[in-house]
Design a protein around this ligand. Structure first.
Ligand code: ADP
Length: 272
């Protein structure tokens, strides 16, 4: 019987290893497929603005366009397409840096309510111009955390941008900053399309996009949340998601508090 038990274990282990290998191979295949789709899309998207800029530039330098108004229109085209290109290239470089492990993090003590307020103020015009009601709730000062403020801004901007992109009916976004026990949380809530349960883990993977009407209509490459997750983790934080299809989503990032702030009685004892 002992031999039988050993044999049983061996068969079980072999079976487990096979299942593991199969799942791994499947995931790699999926990633390769997404990557190929991404390359096709990005090639098209990089070439289109370049073609517009080249044609507009040619017309101007040939001396074919001399009328002031038309010159301005061509100038606008070149300017807008250049901005689009720059944004796309910045995103690609972000991903390349993440892949190469070359992202530098400069940690310093910050209060997340201040960073969130900054992001709120700088995104307000854009978000409201898209027809959204946009609110922030900080409930006063929160304890210091060690983060790279630029990274936290990038994270929040990405989450807000997504909330705008994936809200087709109710247009509402709330940034909420809370002091939890030993950590500070910032969440971005929308009342948009939500994310199906089976996609919730996958959306943080590179190139993954939820299939659906809106994803087809909305531009994107499935890179934003991969960058976000990487930045959160580089800053020693955590990201979580609660989402219900049609009702909306809440993305929450948390960072550990730098030092336990002194209670007021303790502070009084020290000063008194
Ligand atoms: P992108 O927006 O470029 O596709 P992201 O990595 O930022 O890439 O997001 C991945 C996918 O997750 C999106 O394609 C979308 O399907 C889904 N998603 C992200 N944020 C939201 C949100 N706030 N509401 C609904 N779906 C979202």
């Amino acid at each position: 019987t002992r031999n039988l038990i050993v044999l049983g274990f061996a068969v079980f282990a072999l079976f487990g290893a096979l299942v593991f290998m199969f799942i791994n191979a499947q995931r790699e295949r999926e990633l390769a497929q997404r990557q190929a789709g991404f390359l096709a899309n990005i090639t098209h998207e990089l070439k289109t603005p370049l073609a517009v800029m080249q044609a507009a530039g040619e017309n101007i330098s040939d001396g074919r366009v001399t009328d002031g108004n038309r010159l301005r229109t061509y100038g606008d085209h070149i300017y807008e397409e250049a901005i689009r290109l720059r944004k796309m290239i910045e995103k690609l470089l972000d991903v390349a840096r993440v892949d190469a492990g070359q992202n530098v993090v400069e940690l310093a003590p910050f209060q997340l309510d201040e960073i969130a307020e900054n992001v709120y103020r700088s995104s307000k015009d854009f978000v409201e111009s898209k027809g959204f009601r946009f609110e922030i709730n900080t409930g006063g000062k929160v304890p210091f955390v060690m983060v790279d403020a630029d990274h936290v801004e990038t994270i929040l901007k990405n989450l807000i941008e997504n909330a705008v992109k994936y809200s087709s009916d109710e247009k509402y976004i709330l940034i909420d900053v809370r002091n939890l026990n030993g950590s500070v949380a910032v969440s971005v809530t929308d009342k948009g399309d939500g994310i199906p349960k089976k996609s919730q883990k996958l959306i943080f993977e590179k190139f993954y996009r939820v299939e659906g009407d809106l994803t087809v209509k909305t531009k994107g490459h499935g890179l934003g949340l991969a960058i976000v997750k990487n930045l959160v983790e580089m800053n020693g934080g955590n990201i979580s998601l609660e989402s219900t299809p049609v009702k909306g989503s809440t993305f929450t990032i948390t960072f550990p508090v730098l030092v336990q702030e002194m209670g007021s009685s303790e502070a009084a004892k020290r000063t008194g």
